[in-house]
Design a protein around this ligand. Structure first.
Ligand code: EPU
Length: 449
């Protein structure tokens, strides 16, 4: 890992940011694509893979099952054998909740899976009831014992599945199971994040038959799938999610055939947008996909940033103090809950008052106490926060409790007076490929120790 040094990021406010930063592959896509490889025996190749610790954990999980993985320069070669061990142990699931997405592929291909139940986390309880109910609709049965969930399925059969809420993880699990179920499945009210579109494209490249249809996903089960990322001449799938256009930055096989290219990380993109918004300056975010984040771009424009997206990336410019705005998180295409820590950080120094409403993870406000240590004026009430902008934050020692909150504290530190020490930086490593190096490249005074 590029950032495996110490657990503290030290940052000093230093005015505007300038230059160009390269946005990497999306964490929340690549983790699911790695799990999807379990669906087919053979050698899969993934390109544009971010160097982050969550990818290492997902690789360790598959390796514990008997899969061989080679990781070189943002590329993964994943060799899936005919038979594997279908257990996902607690010591790995505990490190990364997203491990639960192996459940669907394991049931679909092997008819059995034993996965440790993920516990709650800093966002509050994180149930998987929707995952299980959806998989049960396809014919799986589950039993919980000793902290593990064991699933079996003689044969999965297509069904109509109505998700009462468009859960990202439940959509992914049931989609990966349905592609090998017998017959037709329709998922009504699926999550529609760009990362789901990437998973659909990836599965279709493996030979699945999944497409967006009306307000759902239509899947025609196939008996067998083949490895993805191998065929230089494969046509790029057009099955991406809402706002997914057929451009080189969007998922698929690049022309040179070096593997399936993971889509760009829109949350990493949001992090650098927030940094520019708070510090001022002008930065080009190469490979960022504007189509995947129209709601955020609209919100940041409303707050006073100038943002232009084209086929190469996004140029973000901020020349004045931002103006406050209200923010409410919603499932895609609404404003993502993952953007919220950055928006809250931006509001702490914007002029005026912004009301922030969290509708996805109601416990996701813990970092606010840390921002208060930096002088932020924030009042919380249930799942609302009222943020009154101050002229300037003041640097302080703070602690990261999760990936996005940690990165938001670093961004806040960039715009604060004096020095900010963000402890718990290994949380940030879970989802950021060289955050310190990339920010330093834009002129930030930032080190790791
Ligand atoms: N929920 C249930 N039951 C379920 C599943 C979800 O009640 O069976 C609830 C959750 O408790 C939550 C809401 O539904 O209140 C949303 O959960 P969802 O399943 O959509 O989220 P997820 O799959 O657990 C992914 C991302 C998160 C991101 C959310 C929302 C990954 C690995 N994680 O989580 O990203 O915040 O979708 O967009 O894809 C991050 O990257 O740091 C991160 C936390």
């Amino acid at each position: 890992m590029a950032q495996s040094a110490g657990d503290v990021i030290v940052v000093r406010g230093n005015g505007g940011l300038d230059g160009e930063v390269c946005i990497g592959g999306a964490k929340n896509s690549v983790l699911k694509l790695i799990a999807a490889c379990l669906l087919a025996e053979g050698q899969h190749v993934l390109a544009n893979v971010p160097d982050i610790s969550d990818v290492s954990v997902m690789c360790e999980l598959l390796e514990a099952m008997g899969v061989s993985i080679t990781r070189t320069d943002h590329c993964l070669v994943i060799d899936v054998p005919a038979e594997i061990n279908t257990e996902a142990p607690y010591h790995l699931v505990e490190r990364m909740r997203a491990s639960i997405v192996v459940l669907g592929p394991l049931l679909a291909r092997f008819g059995a899976a034993r996965v440790a139940l993920p516990g709650g986390d800093d966002f509050g309880p994180r149930p998987i009831d929707m995952h299980l109910r959806a998989l049960e609709s396809l014919g799986a049965t589950f039993r919980t014992s000793h902290g593990d969930i064991s699933g079996t399925a003689e044969a999965l059969t297509g069904a109509e599945i109505v998700l009462e809420y468009p859960s990202v993880g439940a959509t992914e699990n049931v989609l990966m199971a349905a592609v090998r179920a017998k017959g037709r499945t329709r998922i009504v009210n699926p999550a529609r994040e760009p990362e789901i579109g990437d998973l659909v494209s990836f599965l279709n490249q493996m030979g699945a038959k999944a497409r967006w249809a009306g307000n759902g996903l239509a899947i025609e089960g196939v008996e067998q799938l083949s490895p993805a990322g191998q065929h230089a001449s494969s046509p790029r799938s057009t099955a991406g999610g809402i706002g997914t256009s057929a451009r080189t930055e969007v998922g698929g096989t690049p022309a040179d055939g070096d593997g399936y290219r993971v889509i760009s990380d829109r949350i990493e993109t949001a992090t650098y947008l927030a940094a520019v918004g708070m510090c001022g300056g002008s930065v080009f975010l190469r490979h960022a996909v504007g189509d995947h984040m129209t709601m955020l771009i609209r919100k940041l424009t409303e707050m006073g940033m100038h943002i232009v997206a084209d086929a190469e990336g996004i140029r973000a410019t901020a020349t004045q103090r931002l103006t406050s705005a209200d923010v409410a998180t919603l499932p895609y295409p609404g404003l993502a809950t993952d953007y919220k820590p950055f928006l809250v950080a931006m509001l702490t120094t914007a002029s005026g008052v912004g009301i922030v409403t969290e509708n996805i993870f109601t416990g996701r406000f813990r970092y606010i106490d840390e921002l208060r240590r930096m002088g932020a004026d924030i009042r919380t009430e249930g799942h609302h926060a009222v943020v009154r902008g101050a002229e300037r934050l003041s640097g302080a020692p703070v602690r990261a409790h999760d990936i996005r909150a940690g990165a938001a504290l670093v961004v806040a530190g960039l715009a604060a007076e004096g020095e900010t020490e963000v402890a718990g930086a290994t949380h940030i490593d879970r989802g950021y490929d060289d955050l310190t190096g990339k920010l330093a490249g834009l002129g930030a005074i930032i080190t790791r120790r």
